[in-house]
Each structure stands twice: as C-alpha cells, then as structure tokens.
Write a protein that binds this ligand. Structure first.
Ligand SMILES: [Zn+2]
Length: 250
C-alpha cells in the first residue's frame, strides 16, 4: 500500500488492503496525540480522555515508541495542513517513515466517514473490534484516568491473532496496540477512531457525527453558525501536498 495523500484514494487504499488481508498497521495521530508526543498534558474534550505526562508516563512512552516505529508495515495518519497547521508542522518535522506511509489523521472522518462507516458495518463479522462498548474486546472509555494497564488486553489479543483484521476504537491506546501487536500480527491492524461511535456509544461523540439540521432559517446566528460548522466538518475533504524533500527520514 502506498499513500498519495488524496483523501478519498487513501481511504480506499486502506479498505482494499484490509480486504486483501495483508499484514500492516495504520495508526492515526491527531491533536491529542500531538500533545502527548510533545510531553504535554492533554484533555480531549469530545473523546473522554485526559492525559498527564507524569501520571500516565507508561502511555506517553508507549505512544512515543509507536510514533517512532520505522517498520515497512507501519502506516501513519498525521495532522493535516488544512485542519491544524501548527500540529501539521510538528508532525512533518518529526516523521520517521517515508511519505508513502503517511496520510491524513482525519482519513476516516469528513467526506470519507459515510463510506468507511458503511463498509465497517457491512463487514462487522469479519473483524475483531476493540472498543469501550459493544466490542469483541473491551477497554475503559477513558484508559488514562484509571491509568489502565493494557497488558492483559494485549495478551488476549495476541492469543486470537490469526490473520483476522483487528479494528481499534480506543483513543491513544489504539495506536499503542497497533504498534505492539504488529510483530505478531499476520493481518491488518486499524485504528478506526470514532468511525463507529454512533453505534458504540449510541450517540454522536464528535461534532462531525451530528446530523446538521435542514432548517434554513435559524433564529439565532449562533445556532446557524454551529449548524454550518457541523456541515463543514461532515463535508470536509482534507488536502495535503507533501514533497519528497519535506519528509525527514531518520
Ligand atoms: Zn484537514
């Protein structure tokens, strides 16, 4: 699989690679992960987790190790220039893999969400799901707050790896597990993020998962602005031109 940083093409490439059943891991590093990688405290408002570099030192270190992975089967999504230029700049400066392995952290969101979501739903029996609710394997909704030890979950997953794709919907732990399972895996490991949250939580956990109202005339400008923001997020198609020389290869 080669990423070309075309929002739709790269999403289809992940889906096709999963269908082919090849071994690879795809982990997406967004806003919260950027703070963790910089060693800063983080509070991800929409997604139920908080992180502190001292209390959660094990998580911080494991995410660093994942980010620095250089294996050929390791693919990452990173913050894009359109959604967060400051983060994007940091990610671009700190990439550890060639550009063929890099795409958008938002790959399963925005205008790709429905396609990816429907594909996941149609294939539900063909993969193992790790999530806080309704997963085949479950973890706490906020693994950081109890400073949850994921060793047992990792062991349980290792016992079941047989080429079946593993989909992870568990925040930063999903990226860590993608990395820690990669050695033993014989199939795909995908950090799906919030793509199935409507089903897993029974409600939208992110703005882009909310349904915009059709109402043309809002009484309050604020309500209209919020509705427009949801529409923009749902229709968002990220753009990223990444030249060869922009990629730092350690
Ligand atoms: Zn973007």
């Amino acid at each position: 699989m080669n990423f070309v940083r075309d929002f739709r093409k790269d999403c289809l490439a992940v889906m096709e690679a999963v269908e082919r059943g090849r071994k690879f891991a795809f982990a997406r590093f967004g806003t919260g992960e950027c703070a963790i990688l910089k060693g800063k405290p983080v509070h991800a408002r929409g997604s139920h987790w908080h992180g502190d570099p001292e209390r959660n030192a094990t998580y911080y270190a494991a995410l660093q190790t994942a980010w620095k992975c250089e294996r050929p089967e390791w693919y990452v999504g990173a913050g894009c220039p359109c959604c967060n230029p400051a983060e994007h700049h940091w990610y671009k400066k700190n990439l550890h893999i060639p550009r063929e392995g890099v795409t958008f952290a938002t790959l399963f969101m925005g205008s790709n969400w429905k396609l990816f979501h429907d594909w996941l739903m149609a294939r539900r029996s063909s993969y193992v799901l790790v999530a806080p609710h309704h997963g085949d394997f479950e973890c706490p909704a906020n693994t950081f707050e109890p400073n949850w030890d994921w060793t047992q979950l990792r062991e349980n997953l290792l016992q079941t790896l047989n080429g079946t794709p593993v989909m992870l919907a568990c925040g930063p732990l999903g990226k860590i597990l993608c990395h820690e399972l990669l050695d033993a895996a014989t199939g795909p490991l995908i950090d799906i993020g919030s793509a199935l949250d409507l089903e897993l939580w029974g409600k939208p956990t992110r703005l882009y998962l909310k349904k915009p109202k059709r109402k043309k005339h809002f009484r309050q400008a604020k309500a209209k602005a919020a509705n427009d923001r949801i529409k923009r997020l749902r229709n968002r198609t990220c753009v990223w031109k990444l030249s060869k020389k922009a990629v730092h290869k350690s």
